[in-house]
Design a protein around this ligand. Structure first.
Ligand code: MN
Length: 426
């Protein structure tokens, strides 16, 4: 499968360099991927109420995401359930609107009998960990809770340890018109894949996300681009709901926090992140167990695939404005012969990017559909996010991705040219 992040997002007015998370795939495509993390050109900070203040689910806040429906009322079959309108003029403090959003979210959840949760396609640790943590908290509140993500509906192998998987249902088993739906870690409605239409039809749609590129969809928006992970926001929601953290809930949150901070290495690893991690450990998380599941285990076949990828790596010292490019490929046949699924490959780029002689590291991975998912990393001098946007993908300055058909050598030619664009190396 391909990394869907590569195609979804649109460049905004600027870029975040806050946190160079994993590439667009979060964990690159396949099963894990997708986070869309890297694909986050900065959008206007989306903490204010949507344009239609009384709508719990504008449904079409981002026309580009859902061009077929232009009448937002048509996507709100349950207007009677809507709460009082949000005041049209925002308060003097920026926090006022956001505080109101949290209150609206808590009210909606408290009033609901059933809550449907959805995270982005090809979920990563933050998407699935946050969703299952919230699902378990809602269950503790006595809510019926269904959780899912769009096809392909397959939990990545490295996330199968997460507690709460019994909440998962096939996406087509989610209600056609959920009364209350909560979207987690999805920067845009389209990132919900086959669940996007249900999100559009939901009586109320709460969006919990931290992508700077968030498109502004949803009627109640718990969106904070400064949050290190969606798990940070989910923890606050759970706290506001009055549900104590147990070990199982905390483990999902910790998986999200550890994933999106690169195991507490990325610049988004603030003191607050460590404070939260400390609370999660207090609740019973065993960090060594989570880390082993997420990063420190692989079938032997993976080592053989990795060995092949490293053996094929090419170092081009003159590329990327003379700063150096290292790249390799993993064709489908390379992993099929070792029985290694696509979603097992996300760590390869982390080996390649260690190369001292190269500012830019690139791994081209052939998806099950035969396209190439191209993960890129930079160390700070070159803007790979911009280059990937040029090629139809997106991401951060230092971590980005795109998907493309064709031969790897041709794709690398195009990337090499994009990396020479003025402004990439500032
Ligand atoms: Mn995330």
């Amino acid at each position: 499968m391909s990394g869907p992040e590569g195609r979804a997002e649109t460049p905004g007015t600027g870029w975040t360099r806050r946190c160079s998370r994993r590439d667009a795939g979060g964990r690159d495509a396949g099963g894990h991927s997708a986070g869309g993390h890297d694909i986050v050109p900065r959008a206007p900070r989306a903490t204010t109420a949507p344009a239609a203040p009384s709508a719990l689910n504008p449904g079409t806040a981002d026309p580009a995401e859902n061009p077929a429906s232009t009448d937002s009322t048509a996507t709100n079959p349950n207007p009677a359930a809507m709460p009082p309108p949000t005041p049209a003029s925002p308060g003097p403090e920026q926090g006022t609107d956001q505080g109101m959003e949290w209150e609206r979210a808590v009210e909606l959840i408290r009033a609901a009998d059933e809550v449907c949760l959805a995270c982005h396609v090809a979920p990563d640790g933050d998407a699935l960990g946050s969703m299952l943590a919230l699902g378990q908290a809602l269950r503790a509140l006595g809510k019926r809770c269904l959780a899912s993500f769009g096809e392909p509906f397959r939990v990545p192998a490295i996330l199968r340890f997460l507690p709460g998987q019994e909440l998962l249902v096939e996406p087509d088993r989610m209600p056609e018109e959920p009364a209350l739906m909560i979207s987690l870690d999805a920067a845009g409605q389209s990132r919900l894949g086959s669940l996007a239409a249900r999100a559009g039809r939901a009586g109320a749609l709460i969006v919990v996300d931290h992508h700077a590129s968030n498109t502004g969809f949803g009627g109640v928006r718990l969106v904070d681009p400064d949050a290190a992970a969606t798990a940070v926001l989910v923890e606050e929601l759970i706290r506001r709901l009055g549900v104590p953290l147990d070990g199982a809930i905390a483990e999902g949150l910790y998986a999200g926090l550890a994933s999106d901070t690169g195991s507490f290495k990325y610049p988004c690893t603030t003191p607050e992140v460590h404070d939260l991690a400390g609370r999660l450990l207090t609740a019973g998380v065993r960090p060594e167990a989570v880390s082993r599941e997420l990063w420190d285990r692989a079938p032997f076949g993976y080592l053989q695939v990795l060995a092949g990828a490293l053996a094929r790596a090419r170092l081009e010292r003159d590329a990327a404005g003379g700063r150096g490019l290292v790249w390799t490929t993993i064709a489908r046949a390379d992993r099929d012969s070792r029985d290694v699924p696509y979603d097992q490959l996300e760590g390869v780029i982390d080996q390649l990017r260690r190369t001292d002689e190269a500012e830019v590291a690139v791994v081209l991975k052939e998806t099950d559909k035969g396209e190439w998912y191209v993960s890129t990393r930079a160390k700070g001098a070159v803007d790979v996010g911009r280059a990937c946007v040029e090629l139809g993908g997106g991401g951060h300055r230092t971590a980005a991705a795109f998907t493309m058909g064709g031969e790897p050598a041709w794709i690398i030619d195009r990337l090499r040219a994009a990396l020479r664009l003025p402004g990439d190396a500032d």
